[in-house]
Structure formats: structure tokens, C-alpha cells
Ligand binder design. Sequence first.
Ligand SMILES: [Zn+2]
Length: 387
Amino acid sequence: MSAEFFTLENVDEAGARAGSLTTEHGVIETPVFMPVGTYGAVKSLSSNELRNTRTQIVLGNAYHLYLRPGLETISKAGGLQKFMSWDGPILTDSGGFQVFSLPKLTKIDDEGVTFQDHIDGSTHRFTPSKVIDVERSIGADIIMNFDECAPYPSTHEYASEAEIRTANWAARCKERFDATEPLYGYKQFLFGIVQGSTYKDLREKSTEAIRALDFDGYAIGGLAVGETPDMMYDICGFNASLLPENKPRYMMGVGKPEDIVECVARGIDMFDCVIPTRNARKGTVYTSEGKLNLNNAVYKTDSTPIEEGCSCESCQNYSRSYLRHLFKMGETLAGRAATIHNLHYYMNLMTGMRTAIKENKFDDFRKEFYQSRKSEANATITEEVVE
Ligand SMILES: [Zn+2]
């Protein structure tokens, strides 16, 4: 079954890959970017608006959905797709990252993690088999292993402990997955997650252990957590080279447009990140020339759209001047319009890369990507937004 799940269509001379993932909710063309819908919604967008951005697959957070609204509500609705009225594919992360980063009190042992809800303080416990049960109840097409994401920086000793626990938990996740059935009548695919922080020896060890369990796909976890871009690209390329050719590769939590381009160049197929949607709500928008902050005074009377020639609903209707005004007034349309544009930009970036890879022109695409951005960096005053 897993051979049919992923089809590798072309590997560019540069090493970038184009492929497709076949799920019962649709085919996903890769490289793909997955917008984050933490609580079962990509913040401020309807399912139709999401579809219009050409979003192919949405990411839901198992940790958040387990706590609110809870599994009973999602199960009664018939799974997350029906609950949120999204008929396309969904991927859920395992909650591993959130369990280690959000709660105040987290107790890790070899069997699992005991944590307190970061909002109401109630105590919960995640074990590998519990997390698989949670992800079966949510019902995403692609589900992730429960892993331990070591923070950056971590000592080699701690990163090694987390790597060993991740490998042990991966075996238990796989065992539970194989012993249970999907709850809503369509197949789910399980991805393993490789850890090892920024240590190449641990990346090798982790990849070997996770690969041995034969997952439907492989994720590179534990990056984009504070290391430098060069370090991230280096570990990404190193780790990707250790993964099997015939399975999808997912770089978790990445990222900025340039990070995505660099990781695609290193053989990654799938991405997720809150950057385009979270930043949109604060006024930062992405264009082929670079990013702009619409709160900036230079846009006060700028009658041009966010990006000239962009076919998104926001650029077809609104000027930078109008959107800046909406941001200043706190109008909810501001963040929504910016979100629509940013996702449109990200989806364009992905399809542009895919076309280039299929034509063996990825290097040209990458050069043009940086050339068009350079001109903007000098011409516009941009205001940094915390990411
Ligand atoms: Zn646009």
C-alpha cells in the first residue's frame, strides 16, 4: 500500500524532488506546503477561502484538539474533516512538540509524558499508544509518531537521551498503529520522526532506528527551533540523504520562503509552518520581491495591491493603503485579506518549484527567487515582525 501512497515523479539534477501523495481525500502534489489549522481552522479562513488559495492539505495539532474540543466531540462529528467541513487531506502532528514546549509542568519518563494543560492546568498523560489512539480519533489522513523534540541548544548527552526515547516510542507507535484500525472508513498513513538535534552522529543513529520500522513517510524533527539557517540547511541536507528515496520526506516547522526553497533543494517534499498565517495577522505579507509590513507608514497612500499581478482575492480588490488602514483600525478583514494573500504566495512558490523540478530547471528557479528578492530589500523599508 505504501508504494502507491507516494510516487516520486522526478528528481532534478540539483537534487530537488517532485512527487505525489495519494490519500482517500485527494492527491497531494509535492513539494507541498501545509497551512497550520491548530484548532481545526486556519485562523480567519473558511474552507472555501482555503481551497481558493489552492491549499492541498491542512495540518491540525493533536495536542490542542485533544484538549479542546476533545475527542468525544470530534468523534461524534465523524472525524476532523467533517467537523471542520474540509473535504481535503489533513495531517496531524503528534503533540510531541507542544507537550515539550507549552505546559509549565512536564514530567518525562521512558513510558511517556505527564503534562498540565497550558490553559486550565488539568493533568494529562501522553504515551506512544495513547497518542496513536488520539490521532485515530481525530482521523487525519497522515498521522505522526509521538517523539521527543530536544530544544536548541541541547547537550549531546540530552539530545542522545531524547533520540533513544524517540526510537523506543516510534516502535510502540508502530505497534499500536498496526494493531488498530482507522475509525472513519478511510486509510491513515503513519510517519516516523527522526531526531538528534544538531549532532550528525545522533541523526545517523536516529535515522537508522526509525527507518528500520518501515513507516509510510519520514519527518525530520527538531530543527527550526532556534539554530542558524546555515546549521538547519546543513543538518537538513545531511539527514535527507540518509532517508529512503521512495518515501515522502517532511521537514517539520519550516518555514520562511527562503528556508523552504533551500530545503527543497536538499530533497524535502513536505512543509508546515505558522509563519505565513501568523505573520499575516500582524501585517507582514510575502511577495516575490520580499516581505512587507503593511503597518509601515510608506504604504499610507500606496494604491498598488500587495503584489502586482497576484490573482488572489485580496490583490484583486484591495490596495496596500486600504489594508494598512484596516490594520491600523483593528478591522478583522485586514488579517484575513493578508492571510489569503500569503497562502496564495506560498502555494505559488510551491507550484513554481514543482514545475521547475519537473523541467530539471530548479537551479534557475532558485537563482530567480533570490534575484527578485534582492531588488526589493534595497527599495523598501521593512519592519521586522517577531516570528
Ligand atoms: Zn495576492
